[in-house]
Design a protein around this ligand. Structure first.
Ligand code: FEO
Length: 395
């Protein structure tokens, strides 16, 4: 089904209600997602992005119901990742000579994946595609989040086609932000930023400045995933500006892995200590073995302070904690403090190792950490609560 966005723009994408894991198994999509493709009709007709490969046949069949494919003058592929370019092979069987506009890096990405000698037209920032009464202006978005990423702006309609930027993994038939539950929408938007764009925050800042300096009026932002921002579209630009500048809320996140419950007891004592300080901090606590990794990264992204815990096993960390630390290191969070804790029976290396890993991940480790041998007794629990209280007071 296609959806009319305005007199000239029609959404011809795919809403994927049943998607629960994305990027292989890397990203959880509790609310599904969509792959947004747009048809812009002027004197010339341009198709912007396609959909993920598994939906290619369905996409092309539905596109044929919307338009005679031979009436498509140009195709724009903002970014070659398969969730946006995956239907190209199916589509190009039908219209093999149609020019494909993309960045120079996009040509490499697309030929590297599809090995086809299509009619590529590389563009740079500021290049335009004349559609008749309006133009598409291209803007490169290198490393947002791939080297080939780019955006375009449709004059007269003042629409910014932002590809992955400003997206959310949400499936909805409602299509527009003002029709959505705003809490759900922002929760998915921040999760998307935290898990996909955090490592590129410097580039996000620079690109936002560059785009804002163009002084283009923006009436609508059409991303490649999720709903379209048409009610106060600059709200998501403002959010990206905040999220890309060492974002934090008044939140402390405790996450741990435990073998025989002793590190779990420590985590809860820390939480109780922070709460008892009554400093208005939001405290959240997660056992990493029972927690969705991407949801946890979102909570860490929102935090001022994180408390990371693991029991010692085989002179090291529990493996569940190891994989979480790997993810944290990759996301390169900024402006965050950490303290580590863990129980042990004899060797007790976990806290030292956690401190090293958190420092390597760019966290400021503000306390040497707490180690407890075997099960913390009443006195040890009180000491741990006291550390929690002190951390909250000093934050
Ligand atoms: Fe939605 Fe980078 O692909």
């Amino acid at each position: 089904m296609s959806v009319r966005i305005n007199d000239r723009v029609t959404w011809v994408g795919k809403t994927d209600w049943e998607l629960r894991r994305f990027h292989g198994d890397e990203y959880s999509t509790h609310r599904g997602s969509s792959y947004n493709s747009y048809l812009v009709r002027d004197e010339k007709t341009v198709l912007i992005d396609t959909v993920w490969r598994p939906h290619a046949k369905e996409y092309v069949e539905k596109l044929k119901q919307e338009i005679d494919l031979n009436e498509i003058d140009y195709i724009v592929i903002h970014h070659g990742e398969v969730d946006h370019s995956g239907a190209l092979p199916e589509l190009m069987k039908e219209i093999p000579d149609t020019p494909i506009y993309c960045t120079a890096q996009g040509v490499k990405t697309l030929t590297g994946q599809y090995h086809q000698d299509w009619n590529f037209v590389p563009y740079k920032t500021g290049d335009t595609l004349d559609l008749g009464s309006r133009k598409l202006i291209f803007i490169e978005g290198k490393m947002l989040h791939w080297p080939d990423s780019s955006f375009s702006y449709l004059t007269e309609d003042n629409i910014f086609f932002s590809n992955d930027a400003f997206g959310q993994h949400i499936s909805s038939e409602l299509m527009f932000n003002d029709l959505m539950d705003s809490c759900e929408l922002m929760q998915e938007a921040i999760k998307y930023y935290a898990n996909i764009l955090t490592p590129f925050s410097k580039q996000v800042q620079k690109k936002l400045e560059e785009i804002l300096a163009l002084n283009l009026p923006i009436d609508m932002i059409c991303p490649a995933h999720g709903v379209i921002w048409r009610d106060n579209p600059m709200q998501i630009v403002e959010k990206y500006s905040q999220w890309s500048s060492g974002y934090q809320e008044d939140q402390v996140t405790i996450f741990y892995d435990t073998m025989w419950e002793n590190t779990r007891l420590m985590a809860h004592a820390l939480k109780d200590g922070i709460v008892s300080a009554d400093r208005g901090l939001t405290v959240k606590l997660y056992n990493v073995a029972k927690t969705d990794k991407n949801d946890l990264m979102t909570e860490i992204f929102k935090s001022r302070l994180v408390l990371a815990g693991s029991s010692t096993v085989n002179n090291g960390l529990l493996s569940g904690m190891g994989s979480i630390l790997e993810e944290i290191e990759g996301l390169r969070f900024k402006n965050k403090k950490a303290m580590c804790f863990g129980s042990y029976g004899w060797s007790g290396e976990s806290v030292k190792l956690l401190n090293e890993r958190m420092e390597k991940a760019g966290f400021e480790v503000i306390h040497e950490g707490i180690r407890t041998i075997w099960t913390p007794d009443t006195a040890a629990m009180e000491e741990i609560r006291a550390v929690g209280r002190q951390l909250a007071e000093e934050l």
